[in-house]
Design a protein around this ligand. Structure first.
Ligand SMILES: [Zn+2]
Length: 349
């Protein structure tokens, strides 16, 4: 079969002919219909420093690896000791594989399991015609949900988990800083929870327009505007209940802290690097909350699979570019260089 492989500890990916995956006990083989390229995969393609030997996300020991962790497809084969999954079923794959026997896994938090493995990173992933995955990572896709939308469940589940942790209530007013796929999902889940999305901050015009199209009241381009200044002018008096930071920008957090009402929350989902400096006394006086989010819990994943059906109509408005898996190298080049704007690239075997 054809597969897109990270085979060298250097920039790039390679399209190769590889043997079909073996059906192991406890596993299911999925025929991939569609697999999204995530921001972290673009970083791995570029071979960002964080993935080098000895760095926090050292990937050198797992190469060569078929990447891809945002995928949906149909079940092609089922191991004889697996029950409850039928051949031909439409499925989406949850990519965080916990050890299954630690305190975190018991709590449904494989995202915090110290022995977790990521499909597409530690295990072969979905940039291939077929992939073998543990049966408990396979979830049936509801009839009304397309496989194309189901493949976007990963970022949607992160947003759903952030929403749960933030305890947003109907009537709350929130903002979202960052309009990548997680930011867009954040706008969607917040509205499903009854919140008003007062603003979305981002860089790319098409994504900001998508944010406006799905309900963000103000969209702010950091290219044209000092976003922090705009937010203070607009919300400095009529403050917000929560701001979700999805851009990885530390400045977004300090800016958010200045527009929160008392007991407000800033929820950090992005991967900011650098040190955060803010007025701690002011934060205590206003009893502000700083929450962080890492991936998602299994219950959030399951809930997201139901919720995403309710925004399926909006997904077609998002800037998504679909390309065949055989053009995968080109798709990564385009994603890495920004050719095609900030569209999300999706590969189809
Ligand atoms: Zn575990």
């Amino acid at each position: 079969m054809k597969a897109l492989i990270k085979d060298q500890p250097a920039p790039g990916v390679t399209l190769k002919d590889v043997p079909d995956p073996e059906l192991l006990p406890g596993h299911v083989i999925v025929r991939v219909k569609t697999c999204g390229i995530s921001g972290s995969e673009v970083s791995r393609y570029r071979w960002a420093r964080i993935y080098h030997a000895g760095q926090p996300k050292d990937m050198t020991s797992v190469l060569p690896r078929i990447m891809g962790h945002e995928f949906a497809g149909t079940v092609a084969a089922v191991a004889s000791n697996v029950h409850g999954i039928a051949q031909g079923a439409r499925v989406v794959v949850q990519c965080v594989v916990g050890c299954g026997s630690c305190v975190e896994c018991d709590a449904g938090l494989p995202n915090h399991c110290l022995r977790r493995k990521m499909i597409g990173n530690d295990l072969d992933g979905g940039f291939a015609e077929f992939v073998s995955v543990p049966a408990n990572c396979v979830y049936a896709v509801p009839d009304e949900l397309s496989l194309d939308t189901a493949a976007l469940l990963q970022p949607f589940a992160i947003a759903t988990y952030a929403l749960e942790l933030s305890r947003i209530k109907p009537g709350d007013r929130i903002g979202v800083w960052g309009v990548g796929q997680i930011g867009i999902s954040m706008i969607q889940v917040a509205q499903l929870a009854g919140a008003t999305v007062e603003f979305a901050v981002g860089r790319d015009k098409s994504r900001l327009e998508a944010a406006r199209g799905i309900g963000a009241r103000h969209v702010v381009s950091v290219n044209d505007t000092d976003a922090g200044d705009f937010l203070v002018r607009t919300f400095g008096k009529d403050r917000l209940d929560a701001v979700f930071e999805v851009s990885g920008n530390v400045l977004a957090v300090t800016s958010a802290l200045s527009i929160l009402r008392k007991c407000g929350k800033v929820v950090v989902i992005g991967n900011p690097t650098g040190l955060l400096q803010f007025d701690l006394q002011r934060a205590v006086i206003d009893q502000l909350n700083l929450l962080t989010v890492r991936a998602y819990s299994l219950s959030a994943w399951r809930r997201a699979l139901t919720l995403i059906c309710r925004v399926q109509d909006q997904q077609s408005a998002l800037p998504i570019v679909r390309m065949p898996l055989t053009d995968g190298v080109r798709a990564f080049e385009r994603a890495a260089t920004g050719e095609g704007g900030a569209a999300k690239f999706v590969l189809e075997p």
